[in-house]
Design a protein around this ligand. Structure first.
Ligand SMILES: Nc1ncnc2c1ncn2[C@@H]1O[C@H](COP(=O)(O)OP(=O)(O)OP(=O)(O)O)[C@@H](O)[C@H]1O
Length: 303
């Protein structure tokens, strides 16, 4: 069992930040924690780390009480504003974290090089933090969270402020480590979470309002289509007249949700692409099912 919470609540004075949360997580490779500012995400992460104590209810992490010595080396967390010390090289700092975990000097050195290699920054071992870009420093802090091969890694906004290439490197890292450790990732970037996580927890006003499986429970009879900007005002009407289409929802700009008859048109996606080609209409994106954003916020979730 990764995380088990029963009627977990946390108050700061009179402010109820988490309100009787029930949660059972096991098996998922990576879990996304989403929700508006102030919803309680950081509070939940802090409770999982044992930085905070619950006001009531119970919580166990990897079968242990948060903060217990059994979790040392099993659980790591990267706070959103984690900083590196400008006074020491990357290698020295990572080795120091290894030493804090009880590694010998040579073990810590090996481990520091291993995690730097994982984030594709092996050649920064002797560099100072100020010699690296913001994105590279962020990846080093993620490497730091991977020291000692923890089973559960908590990442708070790991790609906030990163350029696309660095954000992609972080996503690839999380995906490459699938099966080796579990991630709990807090972020506001739903599109990105969809690429990294298998389970999404939506937290609102201190309560878990939805739990979604990213790749499960999707309605096969829905396609999300984004057309090129020059596709014209009548594109929605034209789409609605295609054989098999039951309903077209215009989502803004040139993005459409198409609900279609999956029984009569099992290859509707191919038929749609052919129709677009014949009509010389360019498309930008075609996706099966609903986006995570639609599933969380349109009430269209199948769960
Ligand atoms: N130390 C504190 N003292 C008083 N209230 C707090 C404290 N920490 C958090 N809160 C309140 O608890 C609620 C949950 O805060 P929390 O930081 O967990 O939300 P969050 O989902 O992480 O928000 P964000 O997305 O903005 O980081 C908020 O209303 C916040 O104002």
């Amino acid at each position: 069992m990764l995380i088990h919470a029963h009627q977990l609540s946390k108050s700061y004075g009179s402010k109820l930040a988490l309100d009787r949360v029930d949660l059972t997580l096991d098996g998922s490779d990576s879990i996304a924690l989403v929700g508006p500012n102030g919803a309680g995400k950081t509070t939940l992460m802090s409770l999982i780390c044992g930085y905070l104590q619950p006001s009531s209810g119970s919580l166990s992490v990897l079968g242990q009480a948060p903060g217990s010595s059994e979790l040392l080396g099993q659980l790591s967390a990267l706070p959103q504003d984690a900083q590196l010390d400008p006074g020491f090289s990357i290698g020295i700092q990572l080795r120091h974290f290894g030493a804090l975990q009880g590694m010998s000097k040579s073990e810590a050195d090996r481990e520091a090089r291993r995690v730097l290699d994982l984030v594709q920054l092996a050649d920064t071992f002797s560099s100072r933090p100020q010699d690296l870009s913001h994105g590279m420093r962020k990846r080093v802090t993620i490497a730091q969270a991977l020291m000692g091969q923890p089973k559960l890694v908590l990442l708070d906004e790991p790609t906030a402020g990163l350029d696309p290439a660095n954000a992609r490197a972080v996503r690839e890292l999380v995906n490459n480590l699938r099966g080796q450790c579990h991630f709990l990732i807090s972020s506001h970037n739903l599109e990105e979470l969809q690429k990294m996580c298998s389970t999404v927890l939506h937290i609102e006003q201190g309560r878990i309002s939805q739990t979604l499986e990213v790749h499960g429970g999707q309605n096969d009879a829905i396609l999300t289509l984004t057309l090129a900007p020059q596709s014209g005002k009548d594109a929605g009407r034209w789409l609605g007249q295609l054989p098999g289409v039951n309903e077209v929802t215009h989502k803004g700009q040139q993005e459409f949700l198409l609900r279609y008859d999956n029984n009569a048109h099992p290859q509707f996606d191919i038929e749609l692409l052919q129709a677009l080609h014949q009509q010389q209409m360019e498309y930008r994106q075609l996706g099966r099912g609903l986006s995570l954003e639609d599933r969380l916020f349109s009430g269209s979730s199948t769960e």
